[in-house]
Every structure is written in C-alpha cells, then in structure tokens.
Design a protein around this ligand. Structure first.
Ligand SMILES: [Zn+2]
Length: 203
C-alpha cells in the first residue's frame, strides 16, 4: 500500500466561505440518548471546502460532474511550486504530460488562521492558463479559493478545454520532492461542483 497524503480541507463550519456565498449549516437532528441514533443535517454550496468545479460552473450547457468517468479524477500528479507569485505567470508547463493532474502550490491556504485567506490572492494569469491547457492535463488544483477572480477567464480557458479545477486544497508542502498519483473523487452529483476527498499516493 503506498503512503497516502490527505490534501483535503475538513467539511466543517470552521472552513472559510467564499465571499457572498451562504454559510454552511450543520446541525444534529437526532441525538443519542434522546433518540435511537445520532443523525446530522447539513447544507452548503457545491463550492465549499475542498471541491471540484465542472464546466457547467461557468459555461451554461457545459458538462456536470456525473458525466465524467472515474478515470478523469485520478492520474499522475505534478506539483508546481509557485509560492510568492502575484499573479502566477511562471510555472514550467513543459513538466506537464497529457492526462496529468497539476497542482499549484501557492501557500495561500496558510493564511486561513489569520482570516486573510481572501486577501492578496495568487491568481493564475490567462497566458499561463492557455499554456497549461495546451498540455492537456485532466485537472488542475490549487491551495487557494480560486485560480482567478471574476469574470473567471482562467476558469473558462480550463473548463472549456475539459480540464477540471480542484479548489481549496491543503498541505501541498508535503508533496515537495515526491513523485505521486492523485485520487480526487467528487460526490456523484449532477452539478456544477461537488466536495471531493483529494489524496496523493506517493510512488
Ligand atoms: Zn468552485
């Protein structure tokens, strides 16, 4: 069994909510010993915590997550260390082979404890996104809340090329210097996005 590294945020109300989105709500509806079982109810957007964006998120008529085979969500991982770039313009697209899963390590996630997650974000330039798209990866991921701001040009470049986007990754520093595969299976939902447990399997 390979070493597995969890790259997912928790699904908890402690995690940051994208500005303007409704807050997640989690509550206990049945509790032992009053009831026979413990049962919880939660509501959240399809883009809360670690999740995957489908083309339908920004392209009306685009594909939804349940339209992809499982193979779309697993593959060879490539880590791009882009810390300190605002915006991200340089990232060695030559390192990317067709069907890789490309992770942008920005370190932005480390700003959560200070409440600065949505400030001074490391967005990916449209020029770099075009170069990445030419390499035909299956997905890209980032340890930040979004690869770009409104009007989401980078989202559109990637998603119209059928390259899915994993947002709100965590712990990418543990992949430095390692070879690994990525497994990132979203919930089986006919939707614009869905939470995913994202795991690196070290080779
Ligand atoms: Zn999203």
């Amino acid at each position: 069994m390979p070493q597995l590294i969890d790259l997912s945020m928790a699904v908890s109300s402690q995690m940051p909510v994208y500005p303007g989105d409704p807050e997640p709500r989690m509550e206990k509806v049945f509790s032992i010993p009053r009831d026979a079982v413990n049962v919880s109810s939660f509501s959240m957007t399809t883009h809360f915590s670690t999740h995957i964006d489908a083309p339908y998120h920004v392209l009306n008529g685009g594909k939804k997550l349940d339209e992809y085979p499982l193979e779309k969500f697993t593959g060879n991982g490539v880590l791009l260390d882009v810390r300190g770039q605002f915006p991200i313009r340089k990232a060695d697209p030559e390192k990317i082979q067709k069907d890789d899963i490309v992770l942008f390590y920005t370190g932005q996630v480390n700003k959560i404890p200070d409440g600065e997650y949505f400030k001074l974000a490391p967005f990916i330039s449209a020029e770099l996104a075009e170069k990445i798209a030419e390499r035909r990866p299956k997905m890209i991921g980032i340890d930040s809340f979004s690869p770009d701001p409104e009007p989401f040009e980078v989202h559109k470049i990637l998603l119209k090329n059928d390259i899915l986007i994993i947002e709100n990754l965590a712990g990418l520093e543990r992949l430095l210097g390692k070879k690994f595969d990525i497994m990132a299976f979203p919930l089986k939902m006919s939707s614009d996005g869905a939470p995913a447990r994202v795991v690196a399997a070290v080779k």
